[in-house]
Design a binder for this molecule. Structure first.
Ligand code: ANZ
Ligand code: ZN
Length: 810
């Protein structure tokens, strides 16, 4: 018997998996289909521990589902466009493709070394000309459907560099990181996806998704649906003009003591009295230097503004109120103008105090309330015909009055803005549009796709895309009139690439279309999507938009509305303590562990360290824990050495047999609940139980049965050692075995009664598995006595499992 040598057996099994194409699935596979997907990685070089964690979870799901009899689509690819490669090109002169493909090869090698099982035939990467072609093709379908348009949008503009800057290139003090000049905001014509058309659908679609609540909440807030009213104010001295404001509190209209327009408001000039033009102009120049965040939340936010010298007429009260321009009102939200109610709105109050404007309270304050601004419910006061109504009643009443007099109506607004996809960058998917003097904006014909960037360009630190200076690329002929035309030189946001890659994975083989609709229908939606919470908003929202739009355009199945049925967002790994330093940073690269304790131990550690959704700190003790996982696998190895192969019918009456089934149940339950740490704990327990049984000379067939089951349960978590031992013992591939089935009748007969108490009084009894740990039992117990836990606080839980669980409450 030889010693456990993880690197040797792991590399050997990886070679076998790759040769045997074990995880290739075909679209006509007869088994029930499922689709497990990890967010495709940005190729940043060799894997780091975040990758290891992510792809370990993904691989566990793939192998587990496969053992459960499913045909599992497990593809991978690379989100290979993006800024880092372009910046490296500027620094080193190496072409972004060369740089990117080196990083891709490194990451691919790490993923393979981790033992993750993929159908590599389906690999896709964003910069592949065939992927570019179909990204451009889809862009043009959206364009034809009116879901892509060109419009003006503010960008960060550096007057020194004469170029647009990404947000990351603007320093905290608002200056350019390169020139040191003050960055200003400027309008530029750019391309947009009309995602706002789907705002309501994207909101409603969240309901049925099996996603973490907090991710759904983030998406809801990002879409930001507000119900209120649009109200028209006449402006003194301006005939045929109405200033439209958006408010969520039309009931407060009697307290509107001034109005405000955003600095970007299109009618600002008309609304400015001649003697104030100079002051307004100076104010606008000052505003242009501030970010949106500073405007809304910075110091002095809400206190800056200038009166316009004009007056609006309140359509309900007939009152004349001054109009201001102020930077706490944003140009692109609502109507870009508000009625200000300092009695019931904090920002309005700050501003009113600063400018000495009157405050009128329109809601009765509850007894004991202190403070100038009250935003809660109550009876209307100082509000004419609304007095005595509740806030909600008053809203409805005002809206119906406004409708009668033609001065307003109910209105719904969204925070969500259209998706700006133009990037002034080289390393991205070119936008397939031409500009012709005669014909205007012309889409590149499908048969001229893909539009590819040329290779012979120069990368210079000017901040401008080399495409702008490549005449070979830029100058072309118009496909409509044959006259001279120029190409769009902007490329697409890389989020466009990640908005449809999961569809292409279903059918990366088609040469004549982005994907076969039937293949997408067969595999989609993704049954389990896995990734970081940093993608909770943009990527997931854009992908959901793409799926819905493609479905509506007939390019994806009509029934496919949501791409990701179930989402799991894993916790983050924080580097703690002394490991923070860069010089020691190499201590945590996976390679070091691959070469010593092996991938299986590292995988097991990531599964064992805590609930997968939680963050954890990588500290000086972490190595100790990985070492511990290695020792556990060594115990499994030597146990297999001590237990001879003895196939036959196990003794179902043997206590060891019962333990095996109790632990099958717990391992399976842990996997199904994404509580992998409890599954690993169960396997450790099983190993101990078998060790003891072996020492006690338990029936050899039952022992062998126990060990065989242990290896099957271990297979999705530590696939190499499980494969090796299983193959040595039984000559079979463990990953092709059926997932062990629990003998439920046996477990039921071994169940015990748990008494659930509140402050020592019995309130319920439960039948439980005698080995179930507290974390499994507690939620069951809590549900059983839910009525006794209402309106009390649990102080402590005293558990004497499996007999008693006592909740001490206040
Ligand atoms: C009067 C009022 C009275 C308001 C009151 C609030 C409280 P949400 O919920 O985010 O939709 N508002 C409208 N457009 C704005 C803009 N472009 N920039 C900044 N603020 C704007 O908020 C809607 C409320 O935010 C609107 O209702 C408006 O102030 C302000 F007691 O109108 B309210
Ligand atoms: Zn033309």
């Amino acid at each position: 018997s030889d010693r456990y040598d993880p690197p040797a057996i792991e590399v050997a099994w990886q070679a076998r998996w790759s040769q045997s194409e074990a995880y290739h699935v075909s679209n006509d596979d007869p088994r029930p289909k499922s689709y497990v997907l990890c967010m495709y990685p940005y190729p940043s070089g060799p894997a780091h521990q975040g990758h290891v964690r992510n792809y370990t979870f993904g691989d566990l799901n793939v192998r587990y589902r496969t053992m459960n009899g499913e045909a599992v689509l497990s593809p991978i690819g690379f989100d290979s466009f993006g800024l880092p490669a372009e910046n490296a090109a500027i620094r080193t002169g190496v072409h972004p493709r060369v740089f990117t493909e080196e990083r891709m090869a490194e990451l691919k090698a790490s993923l393979t070394r981790l033992g993750a099982a993929y159908d590599w035939r389906r690999e896709i990467y964003s910069h592949d000309p065939s992927y570019i072609r179909w990204s451009q093709y889809l862009f043009l379908r959206f364009y034809q459907a009116g879901l892509v348009y060109r419009g003006d949008a503010p960008v960060n503009w550096c007057p020194g560099c004469q170029t647009v800057l990404a947000n990351e290139q603007v320093l905290a003090d608002g200056t350019c990181e390169r020139s040191g000049d003050l960055v200003v905001r400027r309008e530029l014509t750019q391309w947009f996806f009309r995602i706002t058309r789907y705002a309501d659908e994207l909101l409603e679609g969240l309901e049925d998704l099996d996603w973490p609540q907090r991710v759904k909440t983030m998406q809801r807030n990002w879409i930001g649906r507000s119900v209120g009213a649009e109200i028209s104010f006449e402006v003194d001295g301006l005939d045929d003009y109405k200033l439209r404001v958006f408010t969520t509190r039309p009931d407060t209209i009697f307290g509107a003591t001034y109005a405000v327009v955003a600095p970007e408001h299109p009618d600002l000039e008309r609304l400015t009295a001649p003697d104030l033009e100079e002051r307004v102009k100076a104010f606008l120049e000052e505003v242009a230097t501030r970010s949106e965040l500073e405007r809304m939340a910075g110091e002095d936010a809400g206190k800056r503004g200038v009166p316009l010298g004009t007056y609006a007429i309140n359509p309900i009260t007939g009152e004349r109120i001054p109009i201001y321009v102020a930077d706490y009102v944003l140009g692109h939200y609502g109507t870009g103008a508000i009625m200000a109610v300092p009695g019931e709105d904090d920002r309005d109050y700050e501003f009113a105090r600063n400018f000495g404007l009157p405050v009128v309270e329109t809601v009765a304050r509850p007894e004991g309330f202190v403070g100038p601004v009250y935003t809660g419910p109550g009876a209307k006061i100082n509000s004419g015909f609304l007095d005595g109504l509740s806030v909600e009643e008053a809203k409805a009443e005002v809206i119906s009055r406004l409708e009668k007099i033609g001065a307003g109506s109910e209105s719904v607004k969204y925070r969500l803005r259209d998706w700006l996809v133009s990037r002034q960058r080289f390393w991205g998917c070119p936008i397939p549009i031409l500009y012709c003097q005669a014909c205007g904006t012309v889409p590149v014909p499908d048969d001229q796709l893909p539009v590819l960037a040329p290779d012979d360009v120069e990368f210079r630190p000017t901040g401008e895309s080399p495409l702008l200076h490549s005449d070979a690329f830029r100058l072309t002929t118009c496909p409509r009139c044959g006259g001279p035309a120029t190409r769009e030189t902007d490329t697409m946001d890389t989020f466009v690439d990640s908005s449809w890659y999961y569809l292409r994975f279903c059918d990366p083989f088609s040469e004549d279309r982005p994907f076969d609709v039937q293949a997408v229908e067969d595999w989609m939606p993704v049954d389990q999507y896995i990734g970081g919470v940093e993608h909770a908003i943009l990527h997931l929202l854009y992908a959901r938009f793409f799926t819905r739009a493609l479905s509506d355009l007939g390019l994806a199945p009509a029934t496919l509305k949501e791409p990701f049925k179930r989402l799991f967002t894993q916790g983050m790994i924080r580097l703690g303590g002394s490991k923070m330093s860069k010089s020691k940073g190499n201590l945590v690269t996976p390679q070091r562990y691959f070469d010593t304790v092996g991938a299986d131990a590292l995988r097991l550690f990531h599964l064992f360290v805590g609930p997968p959704a939680d963050d954890f700190d990588w500290t000086d003790q972490t190595d100790e824990m990985i070492e511990g996982c290695h020792r556990f696998l060594q115990r499994v190895w030597s146990l297999a050495d001590r237990i001879p192969v003895n196939q036959g019918e196990p003794d179902t009456g043997n206590p060891t047999y019962l333990v095996v089934h109790q632990l099958i149940a717990r391992t399976t339950d842990g996997i199904d609940r994404w509580a992998y740490n409890t599954s690993v704990a169960a396997l450790m327990e099983l190993t101990n139980a078998l060790s003891k049984a072996q020492a006690d000379l338990v029936d050899p067939v039952t022992l062998d049965y126990g060990l065989r089951t242990l290896l099957e349960l271990l297979a999705p978590m530590a696939p190499h050692i499980a494969s090796e031992l299983y193959h040595r013992r039984y000559g079979l591939d463990v990953h092709r075995q059926a997932w062990p089935k629990v003998d439920h009748a046996l477990l039921a007969s071994a169940m015990v009664t748990l008494v659930v108490q509140v402050n020592g009084k019995t309130r319920a009894t439960l039948t439980i598995d005698p080995l179930a740990p507290e974390e499994v039992v507690r939620p069951l117990a809590q549900t059983a006595i839910a009525s006794h836990l209402e309106q009390v606080k649990i102080q402590r839980v005293i558990a004497k499992l499996p007999r008693v669980m006592n909740f001490v409450v206040e």
